[in-house]
Structure formats: C-alpha cells, structure tokens
Design a protein around this ligand. Sequence first.
Ligand code: NAD
Ligand code: UGA
Length: 469
Amino acid sequence: MVKICCIGAGYVGGPTMAVIALKCPSIEVAVVDISVPRISAWNSDQLPIYEPGLDEVVKQCRGKNLFFSTDVEKHVFEADIVFVSVNTPTKTRGLGAGKAADLTYWESAARMIADVSKSDKIVVEKSTVPVKTAEAIEKILTHNSKGINYQILSNPEFLAEGTAIKDLFNPDRVLIGGRQSPEGLKAIQALKDVYAHWVPEENIITTNLWSAELSKLAANAFLAQRISSVNAMSALCEATGADVTEVSYAVGKDTRIGPKFLNASVGFGGSCFQKDILNLVYICECNGLPEVAEYWKQVIKVNDYQKSRFVNRIVSSMFNTVANKKVAILGFAFKKDTGDTRETPAIDVCKGLLGDKAQLSIYDPQVTEDQIQRDLSMNKFDWDHPLHLQPMSPTTVKKVHTVWDAYEATKDAHAVCILTEWDEFKTLDFQRIYDQMQKPAFVFDGRNVVDGNKLRDIGFIVYAIGKPL
Ligand code: NAD
Ligand code: UGA
C-alpha cells in the first residue's frame, strides 16, 4: 500500500487529501499538523473549515484510509510521498517585507523531513511558492541526506474556496512539475498514477519544476487581473452612466475573452491573490525586471483603489460623515460559501468606516464574532503571523457589534452595506428592513446582488458597483 503524508491540515491540505483518500482506497493518507485544535477539529463532527460537500467526503474515509494526526514525525517517516501544504504568507519583516513569500514554515517542514526520513521519498510542493523554491528545498533535504534519494515535485493547487470539493473532483487540470532526469520522470509518473484514479489523463499536465511553480503564480495573477480590469471599468461606468453588468456581459461574449471572473465587486479578497501577486512582483524585481513588476503591481493598486472608493462613496453619500451612525454590514467572508476572512475586502471597508467613527453591526452566516474582532485588530499581512495579534482597542470594541441575523443588524441602521454575495441576501425582505431603518435609508451593494430598482421603489437610496446612480 502506498502511503501519503500531507504536512499542513489547512484549507488546501484537508480537502485535497480527503479527496485523494476517497478516490484512491488503496492509498493510506495521513494529514498532519502542528496545530492541536485544528487536528482535533478534523477528528470531530465540527470540521475546522466550512466547505460544501467536505463533511460527506471526510465521513466516508476517516478512520479507513484517511487519518488526521499531530504525530508529524511518525507519519512523515512512514510515507512514500510527502505533500507539503503549509502556509506561505507575505513576509512582514526584514528583506522583502510586504512582498516576498515567508518560507519559514516551509523550511521548517523540509528540515523535519530531512531529520526523520530513513527511506527514499517524493516530496511534493503543494503550497504556492516562489519559482525556484524546489532548488532551495533540494539543498535542505540532500544536505546530510544519509544516502536517501529525494525527488522534489511541484504540484500546485488550483481549487477555489467554496467550490473546493467540486474543483478537486473535476479539476480543469492537474499540474505536476519535476526534474527531467530518469528519477525525476519516475517520480512524476508516481504522482500522476495517484491522480489518474479519477482525473482523465489529458487533464494531467507535466512540466519542468520551474514552469509548474511559475504557472501557479501566473494563474492567480491572470485571474486577479481580470477582476481589477472589470473593477477599473466599474469606476468608468459610474462616471458615464454605463452599466458594468452589461459591459462585462458584452465583453465576455467574445469567446476569446470568455464570461468567467468578470463580476465587478468591492474588491477581491482571499488568502492568495494579493500575496501571490506581491510575491510575483518581488521575483520580477529580484530578476531585474522592474517594468514587469510595475505591470502586476497595478492589479493590487486597482484593488486597493476599489475598496477605498467604496468607503468614500458611503461617507460622501451620507452627507460626508458616518460618525455615530449605525451601519449594517451584511457579509464579512471574502466570498460566499466559506467562513474564511483572510484578506476579505470587508476588513478594509470596516476599518475605513470605523476611521470615520461609524458604529458597525456585522452579520455573516459563517463568521464568528471572535474572528471578526481578531480581523479588525490586526495590521496588514499579520493575519498569518499569529504572534503579531494585538487586542482590539476599547473604543473600537464599543463600535463593532456582531449579530446572527440580517434583520437585527439592520434595525435602526442608517445604511446597509453588502460585502459578501451570500445567496440569502438576495431574498431578504427589504420592505421590512426599510421600515425599521433610519431615514433616508441607504443601501451600498458591494457585490451587485440586489435589484437596485426594486429597492429604490421601496424608498432606499441605492449605490451599486458600476451601476448608474
Ligand atoms: P492554512 O493556513 O489553512 O494551512 C496551513 C497549515 O499548515 C496550518 O494549519 C499550519 O498549522 C500548518 N503548518 C505550518 N507549519 C507547519 C509545520 N512545520 N508542520 C506541520 N504543520 C504546519 O493554509 P492554506 O490556505 O491551506 O494554504 C496552504 C498553501 O496552499 C499556501 O501556500 C497557499 O498559498 C496555497 N493555496 C491555498 C489555496 C486556498 O484556497 N486557501 C488554494 C491554492 C493554494
Ligand atoms: C483563487 C483561485 O480562483 C484559485 O484557482 C486558487 O487556487 C486560489 O485563489 C488560491 O491560490 O488560493 P479563491 O481565492 O478561493 O481562489 O476564490 P475566488 O473564487 O478566486 O475569489 C477570489 C476573490 O475574488 C473573492 O473575493 C471573490 O469575491 C472575488 N471575485 C471573484 C470577484 O470580485 N469577481 C469575480 O468575477 C470573481
């Protein structure tokens, strides 16, 4: 029986390994993590992440060929294939701070693999890493290698949160990069055999190591660039009377462009787009390519502009001040169908409004009060560096309330801001909401989920991204 161990039981490691276990009953899969609460949650009925379909997959294999454990060393020692799926956040200090990837967690995992291994291993980069990381990992593993043969593969993950299980069951492609030596090609084939249990052969792409590493950064940069492009257009739509939904539909009908990822929004969030583009920018700068770095930097700049433009619109529409006004925030997660708040645009919007002294009442169906308080007390990039957590200032604590119902959040509010496109927001009783709000009652739709004209008929003043006012 082939044994797989995955280091890192997070948003990628957990779901990816659960699907491998489900699709490959002949493979034993152990997912290990240094976080005791995370592993306990994976072993309980309350999984540590909310992802549609994940519970069913885990229930089918846990205890059979899928195991979650904190005994990292034991499982690495026993494994034939070791996936490394630890976090690779943006560096907050030292060389490259604010741009470069922090590979501390990756390096410590690699050193541990080198320490405990007694047999040959295939080590798979599942985390998103800077191009050429495999070279550094190879050096760490083979230094004092005790004659062990390690093959490093790059197998980046393309799943999106909220659709992780669907994406893993039916991936557009699986990408495997490795050394083009006979041993490297053999390792590529071994990993290909795992995925071939359910992924059609033509969807498994094999490349050299550097192409695989770079393709992941490139894919995220291209996706984020589409959103910044449509968001830049949304500002122009508002200035001219065009409607961004109509524009993106017309543009996306061109089969060369395609319709996906053209939804204008308050800005993209999530743990990866910003981090990976900053990482790409840093790599370009280090390789003497400032013009290329500048090009990609614009994607982030437009995203920041979109978030601050939204806040400015709220404040200026509400007679240039939101001081002591109750503003209901509907949705805090970075997208629907996840409880993940990493780099959610809601953080910047809430901080912007708090900066103007608003009182916030926040409702998200999947995000806890603790999480929201933590997010609003952290500095940029600190969310993946737990030691930097600051307690929220007492004045801010008083100004932020988390509630478990959209009607409660909007009671006596001056404005409603929709920041996540949860389906339930589309079917809210807006007449009921209007009746219990202060007047004039404002709606700022950061996701274009509600029908602005219907809301105007009720009496609301409505602002939606990229729509005629
Ligand atoms: P995560 O923070 O949810 O999970 C990482 C886990 O690794 C944590 O539970 C942490 O405790 C654990 N860890 C860190 N160092 C460890 C060590 N030395 N030994 C054992 N465990 C250790 O992160 P994630 O969202 O799963 O992302 C992981 C990687 O995958 C990142 O590089 C990310 O860019 C990439 N990625 C993420 C997504 C996504 O949707 N979240 C999608 C594609 C790729
Ligand atoms: C993204 C990519 O889609 C995945 O392929 C990739 O594996 C992953 O990053 C990663 O590397 O972490 P994810 O961040 O989970 O996945 O979710 P997306 O659906 O890409 O959404 C990202 C952000 O863009 C969200 O805030 C979403 O609301 C926003 N978005 C998305 C828009 O504003 N408009 C769109 O048209 C699409």
